[in-house]
Design a protein around this ligand. Structure first.
Ligand code: SAH
Ligand code: SF4
Ligand code: F3S
Length: 484
């Protein structure tokens, strides 16, 4: 179980499928795909869909209509594998209709051939490190063969494809580094996603230019540890690549997630200060405020080292929002150590955080530790953290009241007569527009903030001439351009 405060990447959510025009094309090979997990998994699904369309498949919106049913899974917490097996059991009833079933993603890689044992009607089990072989696998599947794509950790290949069916028409995702070599004691990712491997900076830049040519104005660079990026050609550091992507002509916003504190250099803050199209946001998961617990988690930094990085970000000229992930109830976490997480939150004053109860995962070193903290106590600690963040988030958001912030329009809530969008700091903004004004999604408008909540802002669209040039700090507290 997890509690989340705020809204950004790295959460387990079903991804809705919105490729309507593609669905209406004719063709008899059909597939349905459901996706769980982090933004990287969601983006993998966009690439998987692109590959299937390229192979002559048509995407359909329900299991009933599909010949091939794919399930892109996440294994990060909470007996994820059991949930996958339960879902596969639900699919059993479709077996007689001749449908084929495939399990993709992190549970596929983790459970491997065990999936065939427990759900014999599954015919494809494929981890993310093998997606590049999907075209051949599909051919095998079509001849009725059972197919596995289970790479060992050693792979040095990335899943690059020309065929990506992007589900968001304005924000484009680009994976720049796959896998993880950090091996935090609680985490399955190094076992499900293989070793850390980066794409060349030239291929990333080519993709960024292509996206801008296609009309995308916001790009999000992705990686389990995006800032551990190492250009195989040795041309660019991570910060230099941020600058290069953000300088592509026509680019309005560039984001990147998730940053690992160990690899977070001051040059990242400098480049945000220097390049206006880089967004005012850093997601820097800390997990715990206790150096003893961080050590047991094998996080590779101390509380003080983490706080040093926060100090760099807070010293920036721009008002950079800081978000984080926190785990409560790691094996052996004492009440005092938990309180160190609370005091760290007081020191950092995050804009938002995702909070999780520790959950024991297969293959991980922490599995050998006694998970001695009862679930009720984990739940209590989680509630205390969430209450604290609610208060901090509310206070942090108040600083925006009176500012004019640029918002990328994401949609309309007709019931409330409001539009919805996001600021550069990735804050959700609900706002009204003057009577008769219709906005288009993906456009950028200035919004004067009139109120704030722990997780969102409200405002009114300001006149187009309103200056909303980002979030430069004024002398005292952070402030964007003020109206009037
Ligand atoms: N690479 C990123 C995090 C990716 S996983 C980083 O190191 O920061 C996303 C988040 O899930 C983690 O930050 C952590 O807070 C949470 N998480 C991962 N494994 C977990 C586990 N076994 N129990 C509870 N939370 C977990
Ligand atoms: Fe998991 Fe740690 Fe790697 Fe993040 S850095 S993906 S938490 S092992
Ligand atoms: Fe889940 Fe795998 Fe992402 S475990 S969080 S889908 S890397």
């Amino acid at each position: 179980m997890s509690g989340s405060v705020g809204a950004h990447a790295a959460r387990t959510l079903p991804l809705s499928l919105v490729y309507t025009e593609r669905m209406s094309e004719s063709g008899d090979k059909t597939f349905y795909l459901e996706t769980f997990g982090c933004q990287m998994n969601a983006h993998d699904s966009e690439k998987v869909v692109g590959t299937l369309l390229q192979q002559g498949y048509r995407q359909v919106p329900s299991v009933e209509e599909a010949g091939l049913v794919l399930y892109n899974t996440c294994s990060i917490r909470d007996k994820a594998e059991q949930k996958v097996f339960n879902r596969l059991a639900d699919y059993k009833k479709y077996r007689a209709q001749g449908k084929q079933f495939g399990v993709l993603g992190c549970v596929a890689q983790q459970e491997g051939e065990k999936i065939f044992e427990r759900a014999p009607y599954v015919s494809l089990v494929c981890g993310s490190a093998s997606y590049r072989n999907l075209p051949q696998m599909l051919v095998q599947l079509e001849t009725g063969q059972r197919v596995t794509g289970l790479d060992d950790r050693a792979t040095d290949k990335c899943f690059e494809t020309e065929y990506t069916a992007r589900s968001n028409p304005h924000r484009g995702y680009i994976t720049i580094i796959e896998g993880c070599d950090k091996f935090c004691a609680y985490c399955v990712v190094p076992y499900t996603r293989g070793k850390e491997r980066s794409r060349t900076s030239s291929s990333v830049l080519d993709e960024a230019r292509q996206l801008v040519d296609l009309g995308y104005t916001e790009i999000q660079l992705l990686g389990q540890n995006v800032n551990s990026y190492r250009d195989p050609d040795g041309k660019k550091s991570f910060a230099e690549m941020l600058a290069a992507v953000a300088s592509v002509a026509g680019m309005r916003r560039v984001r990147f997630t998730t940053s690992h504190p160990r690899d977070f250099g001051r040059d990242i803050v400098d480049v945000i200060d220097a390049v206006p199209t880089l967004c005012d946001h850093v997601h820097l998961p800390v997990q715990s405020g206790s150096t003893r617990v961080l050590d047991a988690m094998q996080r590779l930094y101390t509380r003080d080292e983490y706080l040093e990085r926060i100090a760099w970000i807070q010293a920036a000229r721009r008002d950079i929002s800081i978000t984080s992930d926190l785990i409560v109830g790691f094996p052996g976490e004492t009440e005092r150590e938990f309180e160190e997480t609370l005091s760290l939150m007081d020191e950092v004053r995050y804009d938002s955080v995702f909070t999780f109860k520790y959950s024991a995962r297969p293959n991980t070193p922490a599995l050998r530790l006694e998970d001695a903290i009862p679930d009720a106590e984990k739940a209590r600690r989680l509630a205390v953290l969430n209450d604290k963040q609610k208060q901090i988030g509310a206070e942090r958001n108040q600083r925006h009241v009176g500012q004019v912030l640029e918002v990328m329009v994401e949609g309309k809530n007709p019931a409330r007569g409001q539009w919805i969008g996001r600021t550069s700091q990735i804050k959700v903004m609900n706002f009204t527009v003057p009577a008769g004004v219709e906005l288009t999604t993906g456009s950028y408008v200035p919004v004067r903030v009139t109120g704030s909540f722990p997780n969102s802002l409200v405002g009114d669209m300001a006149s187009a001439s309103g200056d909303c040039g980002g979030s430069k700090k004024s002398a005292g507290r952070g402030a964007a351009a003020e109206l009037g």
